[in-house]
Write a protein that binds this ligand. Structure first.
Ligand code: ATR
Length: 481
Protein backbone atom coordinates (compact mmCIF):
# COMPACT_ATOMS: atom_id res chain seq x y z
CA UNK A 1 0.00 0.00 0.00
CA UNK A 2 1.47 3.36 -0.97
CA UNK A 3 1.23 6.35 1.30
CA UNK A 4 2.63 9.82 1.45
CA UNK A 5 2.63 9.92 5.26
CA UNK A 6 5.98 10.10 7.04
CA UNK A 7 6.61 7.68 9.91
CA UNK A 8 6.83 10.25 12.68
CA UNK A 9 4.32 9.14 15.29
CA UNK A 10 5.45 7.08 18.30
CA UNK A 11 2.05 5.69 19.11
CA UNK A 12 -1.31 5.48 17.36
CA UNK A 13 -4.90 5.37 18.57
CA UNK A 14 -7.71 3.86 16.49
CA UNK A 15 -11.21 4.79 17.65
CA UNK A 16 -11.80 8.33 18.82
CA UNK A 17 -14.95 8.04 20.90
CA UNK A 18 -14.52 9.54 24.33
CA UNK A 19 -12.13 6.92 25.80
CA UNK A 20 -9.92 6.75 22.70
CA UNK A 21 -9.84 10.49 22.31
CA UNK A 22 -8.86 11.01 25.93
CA UNK A 23 -6.14 8.36 25.81
CA UNK A 24 -4.72 9.98 22.66
CA UNK A 25 -4.73 13.36 24.42
CA UNK A 26 -3.05 11.78 27.46
CA UNK A 27 -0.21 10.46 25.25
CA UNK A 28 0.13 13.89 23.59
CA UNK A 29 0.18 15.60 26.99
CA UNK A 30 3.13 13.36 27.85
CA UNK A 31 5.06 14.61 24.84
CA UNK A 32 4.40 11.77 22.41
CA UNK A 33 3.52 12.33 18.78
CA UNK A 34 0.22 10.52 18.39
CA UNK A 35 -1.27 9.16 15.18
CA UNK A 36 -5.08 9.18 15.30
CA UNK A 37 -7.68 7.45 13.14
CA UNK A 38 -11.40 6.83 13.35
CA UNK A 39 -13.58 4.82 10.94
CA UNK A 40 -15.80 7.87 10.46
CA UNK A 41 -13.47 10.74 9.61
CA UNK A 42 -15.84 13.37 10.99
CA UNK A 43 -14.97 12.17 14.49
CA UNK A 44 -11.24 12.62 13.79
CA UNK A 45 -11.88 16.12 12.43
CA UNK A 46 -13.97 16.94 15.47
CA UNK A 47 -11.23 15.80 17.82
CA UNK A 48 -8.56 17.75 15.93
CA UNK A 49 -10.72 20.88 15.99
CA UNK A 50 -11.32 20.59 19.72
CA UNK A 51 -7.92 19.34 20.92
CA UNK A 52 -5.46 19.50 18.02
CA UNK A 53 -3.57 22.33 19.69
CA UNK A 54 -2.92 20.39 22.89
CA UNK A 55 0.00 18.42 21.50
CA UNK A 56 1.47 16.70 18.50
CA UNK A 57 -1.17 14.69 16.58
CA UNK A 58 -0.98 13.11 13.14
CA UNK A 59 -4.56 12.59 11.91
CA UNK A 60 -5.31 10.26 9.00
CA UNK A 61 -8.51 9.71 7.07
CA UNK A 62 -7.27 6.36 5.71
CA UNK A 63 -6.11 3.44 7.85
CA UNK A 64 -3.13 2.86 5.52
CA UNK A 65 -1.96 6.44 6.04
CA UNK A 66 -2.41 6.05 9.78
CA UNK A 67 -0.22 2.91 9.75
CA UNK A 68 2.37 4.59 7.55
CA UNK A 69 2.54 7.56 9.93
CA UNK A 70 3.86 5.36 12.75
CA UNK A 71 7.53 4.66 13.48
CA UNK A 72 8.53 1.02 13.81
CA UNK A 73 7.82 -1.16 15.63
CA UNK A 74 4.37 0.35 15.29
CA UNK A 75 2.44 0.72 18.52
CA UNK A 76 -1.29 0.86 17.93
CA UNK A 77 -3.97 1.16 20.58
CA UNK A 78 -7.46 0.09 19.52
CA UNK A 79 -10.25 1.83 21.43
CA UNK A 80 -13.35 0.79 19.50
CA UNK A 81 -16.61 -0.85 20.45
CA UNK A 82 -15.82 -4.23 22.04
CA UNK A 83 -16.67 -7.37 20.06
CA UNK A 84 -17.32 -6.96 16.34
CA UNK A 85 -15.73 -3.49 16.25
CA UNK A 86 -12.49 -4.87 17.68
CA UNK A 87 -12.38 -7.86 15.29
CA UNK A 88 -13.16 -5.67 12.28
CA UNK A 89 -10.43 -3.21 13.22
CA UNK A 90 -7.86 -5.94 13.86
CA UNK A 91 -8.71 -7.60 10.52
CA UNK A 92 -8.12 -4.41 8.55
CA UNK A 93 -5.00 -3.53 10.52
CA UNK A 94 -3.14 -6.84 10.21
CA UNK A 95 -3.10 -6.51 6.43
CA UNK A 96 -1.06 -3.33 6.83
CA UNK A 97 1.32 -4.28 9.65
CA UNK A 98 4.75 -5.90 9.65
CA UNK A 99 6.49 -8.38 11.90
CA UNK A 100 7.20 -7.06 15.40
CA UNK A 101 4.46 -4.42 15.34
CA UNK A 102 2.32 -4.15 18.46
CA UNK A 103 -1.47 -4.09 18.59
CA UNK A 104 -3.18 -3.21 21.86
CA UNK A 105 -6.90 -3.71 22.53
CA UNK A 106 -7.82 -1.22 25.23
CA UNK A 107 -11.52 -2.11 25.27
CA UNK A 108 -13.41 -4.29 27.72
CA UNK A 109 -12.92 -7.57 25.84
CA UNK A 110 -13.78 -10.97 27.28
CA UNK A 111 -10.43 -12.55 28.16
CA UNK A 112 -11.13 -15.60 25.99
CA UNK A 113 -11.55 -13.32 22.96
CA UNK A 114 -8.22 -11.78 23.88
CA UNK A 115 -6.61 -15.24 24.04
CA UNK A 116 -8.00 -16.04 20.60
CA UNK A 117 -6.80 -12.74 19.10
CA UNK A 118 -3.38 -13.01 20.73
CA UNK A 119 -2.82 -16.47 19.26
CA UNK A 120 -3.96 -15.33 15.80
CA UNK A 121 -1.68 -12.30 15.77
CA UNK A 122 1.26 -14.20 17.24
CA UNK A 123 0.98 -16.58 14.27
CA UNK A 124 1.46 -13.55 12.01
CA UNK A 125 4.53 -12.33 13.92
CA UNK A 126 2.65 -9.51 15.66
CA UNK A 127 2.50 -8.75 19.39
CA UNK A 128 -1.06 -8.49 20.69
CA UNK A 129 -1.97 -7.03 24.08
CA UNK A 130 -5.32 -7.15 25.83
CA UNK A 131 -5.22 -4.18 28.12
CA UNK A 132 -7.70 -3.31 30.83
CA UNK A 133 -8.12 0.42 31.28
CA UNK A 134 -10.02 1.71 34.30
CA UNK A 135 -10.81 5.20 35.47
CA UNK A 136 -13.54 6.30 33.11
CA UNK A 137 -13.22 9.29 30.82
CA UNK A 138 -11.40 11.36 33.38
CA UNK A 139 -8.89 8.61 34.09
CA UNK A 140 -8.19 8.03 30.39
CA UNK A 141 -7.25 11.70 30.09
CA UNK A 142 -5.35 12.27 33.33
CA UNK A 143 -4.04 8.85 34.31
CA UNK A 144 -5.93 5.56 34.33
CA UNK A 145 -5.05 2.30 36.00
CA UNK A 146 -3.78 0.05 33.20
CA UNK A 147 -3.74 -3.75 33.22
CA UNK A 148 -1.80 -5.08 30.22
CA UNK A 149 -1.74 -8.75 29.23
CA UNK A 150 0.41 -10.02 26.39
CA UNK A 151 3.87 -11.30 25.42
CA UNK A 152 6.69 -10.24 27.78
CA UNK A 153 8.92 -9.52 24.79
CA UNK A 154 6.48 -7.04 23.25
CA UNK A 155 5.92 -5.39 26.64
CA UNK A 156 9.39 -3.84 26.45
CA UNK A 157 8.24 -1.72 23.52
CA UNK A 158 4.76 -0.74 24.74
CA UNK A 159 5.01 -1.00 28.56
CA UNK A 160 7.04 2.18 29.21
CA UNK A 161 4.52 4.27 27.23
CA UNK A 162 1.56 2.82 29.10
CA UNK A 163 3.33 3.27 32.43
CA UNK A 164 4.07 6.87 31.46
CA UNK A 165 0.41 7.80 30.92
CA UNK A 166 -0.96 5.77 33.83
CA UNK A 167 -1.97 7.13 37.23
CA UNK A 168 0.82 7.26 39.82
CA UNK A 169 0.66 6.24 43.47
CA UNK A 170 3.56 7.74 45.43
CA UNK A 171 5.38 7.96 42.11
CA UNK A 172 4.79 4.29 41.19
CA UNK A 173 2.90 3.76 37.92
CA UNK A 174 -0.52 2.10 38.17
CA UNK A 175 0.46 -0.13 35.27
CA UNK A 176 2.49 -3.32 35.26
CA UNK A 177 2.72 -6.34 32.99
CA UNK A 178 0.04 -8.66 34.39
CA UNK A 179 0.90 -11.79 32.40
CA UNK A 180 0.47 -13.34 28.94
CA UNK A 181 -2.54 -13.29 26.57
CA UNK A 182 -5.85 -12.82 28.44
CA UNK A 183 -4.38 -12.05 31.89
CA UNK A 184 -4.82 -8.27 31.65
CA UNK A 185 -8.41 -8.39 30.52
CA UNK A 186 -9.17 -11.06 33.14
CA UNK A 187 -7.83 -8.81 35.90
CA UNK A 188 -9.81 -5.86 34.51
CA UNK A 189 -12.95 -8.00 34.50
CA UNK A 190 -12.43 -8.96 38.16
CA UNK A 191 -11.75 -5.30 38.94
CA UNK A 192 -15.20 -4.57 37.55
CA UNK A 193 -16.72 -7.44 39.54
CA UNK A 194 -15.27 -5.97 42.74
CA UNK A 195 -16.55 -2.58 41.61
CA UNK A 196 -20.09 -4.02 41.35
CA UNK A 197 -19.78 -5.43 44.88
CA UNK A 198 -18.35 -2.20 46.31
CA UNK A 199 -21.18 -0.17 44.78
CA UNK A 200 -23.79 -2.59 46.11
CA UNK A 201 -22.35 -2.41 49.65
CA UNK A 202 -22.35 1.40 49.56
CA UNK A 203 -25.95 1.35 48.31
CA UNK A 204 -26.93 -1.00 51.14
CA UNK A 205 -25.22 1.27 53.68
CA UNK A 206 -27.17 4.21 52.29
CA UNK A 207 -30.42 2.26 52.40
CA UNK A 208 -29.92 1.20 56.03
CA UNK A 209 -29.06 4.76 57.05
CA UNK A 210 -32.21 6.03 55.39
CA UNK A 211 -34.29 3.41 57.16
CA UNK A 212 -32.69 4.65 60.39
CA UNK A 213 -34.14 8.07 59.67
CA UNK A 214 -31.06 9.95 58.45
CA UNK A 215 -31.71 12.62 55.85
CA UNK A 216 -29.92 12.54 52.50
CA UNK A 217 -27.56 15.42 53.51
CA UNK A 218 -26.79 13.62 56.78
CA UNK A 219 -25.94 10.45 54.87
CA UNK A 220 -23.74 12.42 52.50
CA UNK A 221 -21.92 13.87 55.51
CA UNK A 222 -21.53 10.39 57.02
CA UNK A 223 -19.87 9.10 53.84
CA UNK A 224 -17.65 12.17 53.73
CA UNK A 225 -16.50 11.44 57.25
CA UNK A 226 -15.89 7.76 56.47
CA UNK A 227 -13.76 8.89 53.58
CA UNK A 228 -11.21 10.28 56.03
CA UNK A 229 -10.63 6.80 57.53
CA UNK A 230 -10.00 3.22 56.46
CA UNK A 231 -12.92 3.31 53.99
CA UNK A 232 -11.29 6.16 52.05
CA UNK A 233 -12.01 5.41 48.38
CA UNK A 234 -13.11 6.97 45.12
CA UNK A 235 -16.53 5.30 45.25
CA UNK A 236 -17.26 6.61 48.78
CA UNK A 237 -16.11 10.06 47.69
CA UNK A 238 -18.40 10.20 44.65
CA UNK A 239 -21.27 8.79 46.74
CA UNK A 240 -21.19 11.94 48.90
CA UNK A 241 -21.25 14.06 45.79
CA UNK A 242 -24.17 12.19 44.22
CA UNK A 243 -26.09 12.54 47.48
CA UNK A 244 -25.33 16.28 47.62
CA UNK A 245 -26.94 16.88 44.26
CA UNK A 246 -30.32 18.63 44.24
CA UNK A 247 -32.68 18.18 41.32
CA UNK A 248 -33.19 21.51 39.56
CA UNK A 249 -36.76 20.66 38.49
CA UNK A 250 -38.25 19.46 41.76
CA UNK A 251 -35.86 20.78 44.38
CA UNK A 252 -35.61 17.26 45.83
CA UNK A 253 -32.41 15.28 46.35
CA UNK A 254 -31.48 13.98 42.88
CA UNK A 255 -31.20 10.44 44.27
CA UNK A 256 -34.94 10.59 45.04
CA UNK A 257 -35.91 11.30 41.45
CA UNK A 258 -33.55 8.86 39.72
CA UNK A 259 -35.35 5.68 38.64
CA UNK A 260 -34.28 2.79 40.91
CA UNK A 261 -33.44 0.28 38.14
CA UNK A 262 -29.66 -0.22 37.83
CA UNK A 263 -28.04 -0.86 34.45
CA UNK A 264 -25.08 -3.08 33.64
CA UNK A 265 -22.79 -3.70 30.71
CA UNK A 266 -21.90 -7.29 31.56
CA UNK A 267 -18.45 -7.44 33.17
CA UNK A 268 -19.98 -8.24 36.59
CA UNK A 269 -21.96 -11.06 35.01
CA UNK A 270 -18.83 -12.40 33.27
CA UNK A 271 -16.98 -12.38 36.59
CA UNK A 272 -19.66 -14.53 38.20
CA UNK A 273 -20.01 -16.85 35.20
CA UNK A 274 -16.27 -17.52 35.11
CA UNK A 275 -16.10 -17.90 38.89
CA UNK A 276 -18.79 -20.57 38.63
CA UNK A 277 -16.82 -22.36 35.94
CA UNK A 278 -13.59 -22.20 37.95
CA UNK A 279 -15.38 -23.16 41.18
CA UNK A 280 -14.33 -20.01 43.05
CA UNK A 281 -16.97 -18.72 45.47
CA UNK A 282 -17.64 -15.03 44.79
CA UNK A 283 -21.02 -14.72 46.50
CA UNK A 284 -20.65 -10.99 47.23
CA UNK A 285 -20.11 -10.22 43.56
CA UNK A 286 -22.94 -12.57 42.56
CA UNK A 287 -25.34 -10.84 44.98
CA UNK A 288 -24.38 -7.46 43.55
CA UNK A 289 -25.16 -8.62 40.02
CA UNK A 290 -28.46 -10.15 41.16
CA UNK A 291 -29.35 -6.99 43.09
CA UNK A 292 -29.03 -4.95 39.89
CA UNK A 293 -31.11 -7.60 38.16
CA UNK A 294 -33.92 -7.43 40.74
CA UNK A 295 -33.96 -3.64 40.57
CA UNK A 296 -34.90 -3.84 36.89
CA UNK A 297 -37.65 -6.49 37.28
CA UNK A 298 -40.66 -4.15 37.30
CA UNK A 299 -43.30 -6.91 37.17
CA UNK A 300 -41.69 -8.98 39.89
CA UNK A 301 -41.37 -5.94 42.13
CA UNK A 302 -44.98 -4.87 41.51
CA UNK A 303 -46.20 -8.35 42.48
CA UNK A 304 -43.90 -8.39 45.51
CA UNK A 305 -45.07 -4.98 46.66
CA UNK A 306 -48.66 -6.18 46.46
CA UNK A 307 -48.38 -9.64 47.97
CA UNK A 308 -45.23 -10.30 49.96
CA UNK A 309 -45.63 -9.62 53.69
CA UNK A 310 -42.88 -8.34 55.98
CA UNK A 311 -42.01 -5.65 58.49
CA UNK A 312 -42.28 -1.91 57.79
CA UNK A 313 -38.69 -1.03 56.97
CA UNK A 314 -37.72 1.13 59.88
CA UNK A 315 -34.57 1.15 61.95
CA UNK A 316 -35.43 4.38 63.69
CA UNK A 317 -35.52 4.64 67.45
CA UNK A 318 -32.26 2.91 68.42
CA UNK A 319 -28.90 4.38 69.32
CA UNK A 320 -28.12 6.37 66.20
CA UNK A 321 -24.36 6.67 66.68
CA UNK A 322 -24.09 2.94 67.32
CA UNK A 323 -26.12 2.16 64.22
CA UNK A 324 -23.97 4.40 62.02
CA UNK A 325 -20.82 2.76 63.36
CA UNK A 326 -22.38 -0.66 62.72
CA UNK A 327 -23.01 0.29 59.09
CA UNK A 328 -19.40 1.42 58.73
CA UNK A 329 -18.21 -1.88 60.18
CA UNK A 330 -20.49 -3.93 57.92
CA UNK A 331 -19.26 -1.95 54.92
CA UNK A 332 -15.64 -2.54 55.86
CA UNK A 333 -16.23 -6.27 56.37
CA UNK A 334 -18.06 -6.67 53.08
CA UNK A 335 -15.41 -4.73 51.17
CA UNK A 336 -12.62 -6.91 52.51
CA UNK A 337 -14.53 -10.09 51.62
CA UNK A 338 -15.16 -8.86 48.05
CA UNK A 339 -11.44 -8.15 47.60
CA UNK A 340 -10.58 -11.57 49.04
CA UNK A 341 -12.99 -13.27 46.62
CA UNK A 342 -11.88 -11.27 43.57
CA UNK A 343 -8.19 -11.88 44.27
CA UNK A 344 -8.88 -15.60 44.79
CA UNK A 345 -10.52 -15.69 41.39
CA UNK A 346 -7.47 -14.05 39.80
CA UNK A 347 -5.12 -16.47 41.55
CA UNK A 348 -7.14 -19.50 40.47
CA UNK A 349 -7.38 -18.34 36.84
CA UNK A 350 -3.67 -17.60 36.87
CA UNK A 351 -2.85 -21.15 37.96
CA UNK A 352 -5.28 -22.62 35.45
CA UNK A 353 -3.86 -20.61 32.54
CA UNK A 354 -0.19 -20.53 33.62
CA UNK A 355 -0.27 -16.74 33.76
CA UNK A 356 1.92 -16.37 36.83
CA UNK A 357 0.04 -13.26 37.98
CA UNK A 358 1.52 -11.51 41.01
CA UNK A 359 -1.42 -10.61 43.28
CA UNK A 360 0.62 -7.91 45.08
CA UNK A 361 1.27 -6.28 41.72
CA UNK A 362 -2.47 -6.30 40.93
CA UNK A 363 -3.15 -4.47 44.21
CA UNK A 364 -0.32 -2.08 43.34
CA UNK A 365 -1.91 -0.94 40.11
CA UNK A 366 -5.39 -0.65 41.63
CA UNK A 367 -4.19 1.87 44.24
CA UNK A 368 -4.83 4.89 41.99
CA UNK A 369 -6.51 5.76 38.71
CA UNK A 370 -9.20 3.09 38.73
CA UNK A 371 -12.78 3.09 39.98
CA UNK A 372 -12.06 0.78 42.93
CA UNK A 373 -9.05 2.78 44.13
CA UNK A 374 -9.08 2.78 47.91
CA UNK A 375 -6.78 3.32 50.85
CA UNK A 376 -7.20 -0.33 51.80
CA UNK A 377 -5.42 -1.44 48.61
CA UNK A 378 -2.02 -0.29 49.88
CA UNK A 379 -2.49 -2.53 52.88
CA UNK A 380 -3.59 -5.41 50.65
CA UNK A 381 -0.52 -4.90 48.45
CA UNK A 382 1.78 -4.93 51.47
CA UNK A 383 0.15 -8.08 52.88
CA UNK A 384 0.50 -10.01 49.60
CA UNK A 385 4.05 -8.71 49.10
CA UNK A 386 5.00 -9.98 52.57
CA UNK A 387 3.41 -13.39 52.33
CA UNK A 388 1.98 -15.86 49.83
CA UNK A 389 -1.46 -15.72 51.43
CA UNK A 390 -4.00 -18.56 50.94
CA UNK A 391 -6.68 -15.83 51.26
CA UNK A 392 -6.62 -12.13 52.06
CA UNK A 393 -8.68 -13.02 55.13
CA UNK A 394 -5.59 -14.66 56.65
CA UNK A 395 -3.52 -11.45 56.47
CA UNK A 396 -2.62 -10.24 59.99
CA UNK A 397 -3.94 -6.68 59.59
CA UNK A 398 -7.17 -7.92 58.00
CA UNK A 399 -7.65 -10.44 60.82
CA UNK A 400 -7.24 -7.56 63.28
CA UNK A 401 -9.77 -5.50 61.34
CA UNK A 402 -12.30 -8.34 61.32
CA UNK A 403 -11.88 -8.77 65.06
CA UNK A 404 -12.58 -5.09 65.55
CA UNK A 405 -15.60 -4.83 63.27
CA UNK A 406 -17.18 -8.25 63.64
CA UNK A 407 -19.55 -7.72 66.53
CA UNK A 408 -20.86 -4.38 65.25
CA UNK A 409 -21.23 -5.67 61.70
CA UNK A 410 -23.18 -8.73 62.85
CA UNK A 411 -25.49 -6.66 65.02
CA UNK A 412 -26.19 -4.25 62.20
CA UNK A 413 -26.79 -6.93 59.57
CA UNK A 414 -29.15 -8.78 61.94
CA UNK A 415 -31.04 -5.58 62.73
CA UNK A 416 -31.40 -4.69 59.04
CA UNK A 417 -32.77 -8.14 58.25
CA UNK A 418 -35.14 -7.97 61.20
CA UNK A 419 -36.45 -4.64 59.96
CA UNK A 420 -36.87 -5.88 56.38
CA UNK A 421 -34.12 -3.73 54.85
CA UNK A 422 -32.43 -5.87 52.19
CA UNK A 423 -28.67 -6.22 52.69
CA UNK A 424 -27.78 -9.11 50.33
CA UNK A 425 -24.17 -8.00 49.88
CA UNK A 426 -23.47 -7.54 53.59
CA UNK A 427 -25.20 -10.84 54.43
CA UNK A 428 -23.28 -12.71 51.72
CA UNK A 429 -19.98 -11.39 53.08
CA UNK A 430 -20.84 -12.47 56.60
CA UNK A 431 -22.02 -15.90 55.44
CA UNK A 432 -18.72 -16.33 53.59
CA UNK A 433 -16.72 -15.46 56.71
CA UNK A 434 -18.73 -17.94 58.75
CA UNK A 435 -18.39 -20.63 56.09
CA UNK A 436 -14.64 -20.35 55.76
CA UNK A 437 -14.08 -20.31 59.52
CA UNK A 438 -16.44 -23.22 60.33
CA UNK A 439 -14.98 -26.42 61.79
CA UNK A 440 -17.70 -28.45 60.12
CA UNK A 441 -20.03 -27.44 57.31
CA UNK A 442 -23.48 -28.99 56.73
CA UNK A 443 -22.07 -30.25 53.41
CA UNK A 444 -21.84 -33.57 55.26
CA UNK A 445 -25.65 -33.75 55.24
CA UNK A 446 -25.73 -32.85 51.55
CA UNK A 447 -23.36 -35.75 50.84
CA UNK A 448 -25.74 -38.03 52.76
CA UNK A 449 -28.71 -36.81 50.72
CA UNK A 450 -26.79 -37.24 47.45
CA UNK A 451 -25.88 -40.77 48.39
CA UNK A 452 -29.51 -41.49 49.32
CA UNK A 453 -31.17 -40.45 46.05
CA UNK A 454 -28.36 -40.93 43.56
CA UNK A 455 -25.80 -43.31 45.10
CA UNK A 456 -23.26 -40.54 44.70
CA UNK A 457 -21.15 -41.97 47.57
CA UNK A 458 -19.30 -40.15 50.35
CA UNK A 459 -16.01 -40.08 52.21
CA UNK A 460 -15.68 -40.55 55.98
CA UNK A 461 -13.77 -38.38 58.42
CA UNK A 462 -12.23 -41.35 60.21
CA UNK A 463 -10.91 -43.52 57.40
CA UNK A 464 -9.82 -43.48 53.76
CA UNK A 465 -12.06 -44.75 50.97
CA UNK A 466 -15.37 -44.17 49.22
CA UNK A 467 -18.59 -45.35 50.85
CA UNK A 468 -22.23 -45.97 50.05
CA UNK A 469 -25.12 -46.78 52.36
CA UNK A 470 -27.81 -49.19 51.10
CA UNK A 471 -30.60 -46.71 51.73
CA UNK A 472 -33.36 -48.75 50.11
CA UNK A 473 -32.10 -52.03 51.58
CA UNK A 474 -30.78 -52.91 55.00
CA UNK A 475 -28.96 -49.57 55.39
CA UNK A 476 -25.61 -51.23 55.78
CA UNK A 477 -22.54 -49.39 54.55
CA UNK A 478 -20.29 -50.68 51.77
CA UNK A 479 -16.78 -49.57 51.01
CA UNK A 480 -16.33 -49.15 47.27
CA UNK A 481 -12.55 -48.83 46.92
P1 ATR B 1 -19.01 5.20 22.79
O1 ATR B 1 -20.11 4.39 23.39
O2 ATR B 1 -18.31 6.11 23.75
O3 ATR B 1 -19.37 5.86 21.48
P2 ATR B 1 -17.93 2.72 21.78
O4 ATR B 1 -19.28 2.46 21.21
O5 ATR B 1 -17.34 1.75 22.73
O6 ATR B 1 -17.86 4.15 22.45
O7 ATR B 1 -16.91 2.92 20.60
C1 ATR B 1 -17.23 3.67 19.51
C2 ATR B 1 -15.98 3.67 18.63
O8 ATR B 1 -15.83 2.39 18.01
C3 ATR B 1 -16.07 4.67 17.51
O9 ATR B 1 -14.78 5.17 17.28
C4 ATR B 1 -16.58 3.81 16.36
O10 ATR B 1 -16.28 4.33 15.09
P3 ATR B 1 -17.34 5.32 14.34
O11 ATR B 1 -17.07 6.69 14.91
O12 ATR B 1 -16.99 5.21 12.91
O13 ATR B 1 -18.71 4.80 14.66
C5 ATR B 1 -15.77 2.57 16.61
N1 ATR B 1 -16.31 1.39 15.93
C6 ATR B 1 -17.45 0.72 16.24
N2 ATR B 1 -17.62 -0.31 15.39
C7 ATR B 1 -16.56 -0.30 14.54
C8 ATR B 1 -16.16 -1.13 13.45
N3 ATR B 1 -16.89 -2.19 13.07
N4 ATR B 1 -15.01 -0.80 12.81
C9 ATR B 1 -14.26 0.25 13.20
N5 ATR B 1 -14.60 1.07 14.22
C10 ATR B 1 -15.73 0.79 14.88
Amino acid sequence: MTSTAEATAQVGVVGLAVMGRNLARNFANHGYTVAVYNRTTARTDEMMAAHGEEGSFVPSAELADFVASLERPRRIIIMVQAGKGTDATIDSLVELLEEGDIVVDGGNAHYEDTQRREAALRAKGLHFFGVGVSGGEEGALNGPSIMPGGPAEGYKAIGPLLEDISAKYDGTPCCAHIGPDGAGHFVKMVHNGIEYADMEFIAEAYDVLRAAGLSVPEISETFREWNTGDLDSYLIEITSEVLDQTDATTGKALVDVISDAAGQKGTGRWTVQIALELGVPVNTIAESVFARGISGHADLRAAGREHVPGPARSLAGGDRAQLIEGVRQALWTAKVVAYAQGLDLIRTASLQNDWNVDVASVATIWRAGCIIRARLLERIRAEYAADNLPTLLAAPSIVAGIEETNEGARRLIGAAQQAGVPVPGFAAALAYLDQVRADRLPAALIQGQRDFFGAHTYQRVDTEGTFHTEWSGDRSETRLD
